[in-house]
Every structure is written in structure tokens, then in C-alpha cells.
Design a protein around this ligand. Structure first.
Ligand code: ADP
Length: 451
């Protein structure tokens, strides 16, 4: 099919990101927005815009009927969901396709499968992808949880089947802690996702989070664009991401890539996806798959010289990738800092008016942000306000560039996590690449103690 007009069912920096790719491809864009976003950058830049409801996301950015109507009214051919909101909602993808529009993303059945983490792990086990040891499927009772924990040995992690954003996840370090972890994880899962199914995994004590970016076209071609190391997390949320990982060799990357692309080919996967792994002692263990573009995709783009959003659009139009794995090159190193409108010490949200915004520039610097001077960050949505991405010939050059760019960047009027990022990149352990998923929590605690 020929895609001439794309409706972007999102807001903020990712709506701009998709708009930019479409514009360069000669494709018209339609922005949708809530009444809180009347003056937002994505609304200003898009060719057309449609107001779809009041500020709460459930009434606007999650309002499927309003979004499909906006596509019909404006004559859009396709919908790009961005990340978050409806991006991993299989019913929405089905609805989009039922209305004769292209969904710029995976097939609904794969969104559904990977959204259920138990089904996702089952599928990966069948496809021969290595997993974290744990329960086979959902845990039916506390007794079953006890039995699995005795088998895989403490510490263990209870996780929500419908999980996301690190919610519904509880560690039990010993048999005494299990009942409490079981109860809290289920209560949290029920509250956050309306589903209290949980499963169990061995809790790894010092892993890195390493994920693999994949693209698949509708002609059976699957390629990967290497790994991202997203080990720098707070409350299971990523703050800084790198491509490639400071610890992975080219051979390890090739081996994992070959396994994953073979599995996704067998599955008949389509469009962009990311498989997330924990890596410890040289072993990879699958934890989940994200069936969408990810926040941290720019680091991959910088290293591979690819525009992943353009590729997503081409795939949705039915075009073949047109290149093989051999043609994908990994050049230098990239790092992304997620800058949020939060207090850098307490992480309390800090919405409000941005008096002055100045983005850094220069060779190898990219800023994905919907900020401008005078913009009012609304309190209703995710606190991410800018992604600062740098590329360098080596990791050391990327770090030097990042320190320089962070020092140039100004966001005044609201509090942001810029100062925290400055502290992280100045740290010798970060600079040595010597960190696990637990490093940042300890770093933040140390910073607070030092006052
Ligand atoms: P969510 O979908 O809520 O983000 P994930 O399964 O992707 O949940 O896990 C998020 C993060 O939680 C991981 O990046 C890792 O830091 C931590 N984590 C998940 N599973 C384990 C495990 N088995 N052992 C140790 N840490 C884990």
C-alpha cells in the first residue's frame, strides 16, 4: 500500500520523532492532542491536528474511538502509536486494521502474546531462546510458589504476568519473605493491571540489562541492529542507555543476534521489536519483549546510521527491507540520557512553565525534545521532557561529548534531572563501564547522603 498520511497517536518528543521521519519521506502528518496540549510542539509542527479530548489520558490519548475517528476525518492511511499509551494494545491494533488503516507496528496477535509475559516466555522457550530460570507459567497458589522457590533457590522474584514499568515485582530473599512478596506483588498487579496473575523468576544479583533491536519485514526478512545496555535504572526504570554495551564482544552480539533473528523469523514477526535480556557471567536470559519502538531507540540509530521510524513506515507499507544482516555496521558508541521534569534528588514531579530552554549542539549531539522557551509542562503525563543523545568514535569520546553537552543544556523554571546526569557521567565507575542494574540506586543513595 502507499502511505501518504500518517496519524501519530502520541504526544511529546516521540510524536515529534515520528513527524520528522514522515516529513522527510514526503508523508503528511496528523497530530492528535488533548486540551492540555493545545500549544504542544507536535501540534504546531504536524500538517493537521485534531483535539481528541480532555487532559486525562484515558479520555484522550487512550481514547481509541476518538483516535480512529480522527484518522477517518483526516483521511489518514496509517497510524503510528509511538511508545506507551496504545502502542502495546492489541485491540487497538486490530481496530486500526479493521478500519482499513495500516498499523505501523507488529501484528495484533504478537502484541497480545508478548503483552502476557508468561505467554511470551513460553513462546521464547519453544523457540529456543534462553530464559531466566523460574516457574513454568502462572503460580496458582502460595504453596506452588514455595515449591518453585525451593527448586530454583532464593532469592526469587515474583512478577506480574501483565507487568510493565517495573510494577508488580517483588523480591523474596528467603522462605520467610515469600508470603509477603507473594501478597504485595499480587495486590500491586491487581491494582495496576486489573490482573493478579504472577510468575516467579530466579532473582539475579548482579546482572546487566542488555536488549536487542530487531526489524522484520512482511517478506520473511529479519535483521538485528545490535544491543543496547540499559542497566542504569531506578525502580526498574531506565535512565541512561548505551549502544553498544561496554561489556559485550562482537562475537557475543553476533551469536545472540543469530539466535533471536532465527526465532522471530519462525514466529512470523513483523516490524520493530526489542528482546530484553539479563546478562550475568556471560549468559543471556530473556525477560520480556517490547512490541514497539522504544524510548532508547536513538542510540541504535546513531551507531547503525539507520532511521528506525522510516524503516517502520516502509515495512508497514509492505516494502522489503532491501538489505541483509551483513550490511548492518556498528560504528562507534552512543549514549542517551533521559531528562525528566523531576526533582533530581527526590524525584518528585516538577511540571510547570519552562522559562528558558537551550539545547546543546555540535558534532555528534542529538536532542529529541518537545520543549521550547515558554512551554508549560502539563502535570498529566509522563515526566520525560528531553532525550540527550551523543555519538562518538569510542565510548571515551562519547562520554567526553556527553559531559560537554550536559554542561551546555539549559532548562530553567522547572526542576529536571540534568544535575543527576552530570553526576553520573562524571563518576569513575560509570566511565569504566563497571555497573549492574543495581548500581544507580546505590549511586543515588550515596549522592543524597553526601547532600
Ligand atoms: P517491566 O515490564 O515492568 O519493565 P521487566 O521484566 O522488563 O519488567 O524488568 C524490568 C527490570 O527489572 C529489568 O530491567 C531488571 O532491572 C529487573 N529484573 C527483572 N527481572 C529480574 C530478575 N529475574 N532478576 C533481577 N532483576 C530483574
Amino acid at each position: 500500500m502507499h502511505i501518504r498520511k500518517v496519524l501519530i497517536a502520541n504526544r511529546g518528543e516521540i510524536a515529534l520523532r515520528v513527524h520528522r521521519a514522515c516529513q522527510e519521506m514526503g508523508i503528511q502528518t496528523v497530530a492528535v492532542h488533548s486540551t492540555a496540549d493545545n500549544t504542544a510542539m507536535h501540534v504546531r509542527l504536524a500538517d493537521e491536528s485534531v483535539c481528541i479530548g480532555p487532559p486525562p489520558a484515558r479520555d484522550s490519548y487512550l481514547n481509541m474511538a476518538a483516535i480512529i475517528s480522527a484518522a477517518a476525518i483526516t483521511g489518514a492511511d496509517a497510524i503510528h502509536p509511538g511508545y506507551g499509551f496504545l502502542s502495546e494494545n492489541a485491540s487497538f491494533a486490530e481496530m486500526v486494521e479493521a478500519h482499513g488503516l495500516a498499523f505501523i507496528g507488529p501484528r495484533p496477535e504478537h502484541i497480545r502474546m508478548m503483552g502476557d509475559k508468561i505467554a511470551a516466555k513460553d513462546a521464547m522457550r519453544r523457540l529456543g531462546v534462553p530464559l531466566v530460570p523460574g516457574s513454568m507459567g502462572a503460580l496458582e497458589s502460595l504453596d506452588e510458589a514455595r515449591a518453585v522457590a525451593d527448586e530454583i533457590k532464593y532469592p526469587v522474584l515474583i512478577k506480574a504476568a501483565a507487568g510493565g514499568g517495573g510494577r508488580g515485582m517483588k523480591v523474596a530473599r528467603s522462605a520467610e519473605e515469600l508470603e509477603e512478596a507473594w501478597r504485595v506483588a499480587r495486590t500491586e498487579a491487581k491494582a495496576a493491571f486489573g490482573d493478579d496473575s504472577v510468575y516467579m523468576e530466579k532473582y539475579l544479583d548482579r546482572p546487566r540489562h542488555i536488549e536487542l533491536q530487531v526489524l522484520a519485514d512482511t517478506h520473511g526478512n529479519v535483521v538485528h541492529f545490535g544491543e543496547r545496555d540499559c542497566s542504569l535504572q531506578r525502580r526498574h526504570q531506565k535512565l541512561v542507555e548505551e549502544a553498544g554495551s561496554p561489556v559485550l564482544s562482537a562475537e557475543e552480539r553476533d551469536k545472540l543476534g543469530a539466535n533471536v533473528t532465527r526465532a522471530l523469523k519462525e514466529l512470523g514477526y513483523r516490524n520493530a521489536g526489542t528482546l530484553e535480556f539479563l546478562w550475568q557471567d556471560g549468559q543471556f536470559a530473556f525477560i520480556e519483549m517490547n512490541t514497539r519502538l522504544q524510548v532508547e531507540h536513538p542510540v541504535t540509530e546513531m551507531v547503525c546510521g539507520v532511521d528506525l521510524v522510516k524503516e517502520q513506515v516502509r515495512i508497514a507499507a509492505g516494502e522489503p527491507l532491501g538489505y541483509g544482516q551483513d550490511e548492518i555496521r556498528f560504528n562507534g558508541h552512543a549514549i542517551e540520557c533521559r531528562i525528566t521534569a523531576e526533582d533530581p534528588e527526590t524525584f518528585a514531579p516538577s511540571p510547570g512553565r519552562v522559562n528558558m530552554y537551550h539545547a546543546p549542539g555540535g558534532l555528534g549531539v542529538r536532542v529529541d525534545s518537545a520543549l521550547y522557551s515558554g512551554y508549560v509542562v502539563p502535570p498529566h503525563y509522563d515526566s520525560l521532557v528531553a532525550k540527550l543523545v551523543v555519538h562518538g568514535g569510542t565510548r571515551a569520546e562519547a562520554i567526553a561529548r556527553l559531559r560537554r553537552a550536559l554542561a551546555e543544556m539549559v532548562v530553567s523554571g522547572i526542576r529536571t534531572t540534568l544535575p543527576l546526569h552530570q553526576q553520573i557521567v562524571a563518576d569513575p565507575e560509570f566511565q569504566a563501564g563497571d555497573y549492574t542494574i543495581h548500581w544507580l540506586e546505590r549511586f543515588v543513595a550515596r549522592m543524597r547522603a553526601d547532600g
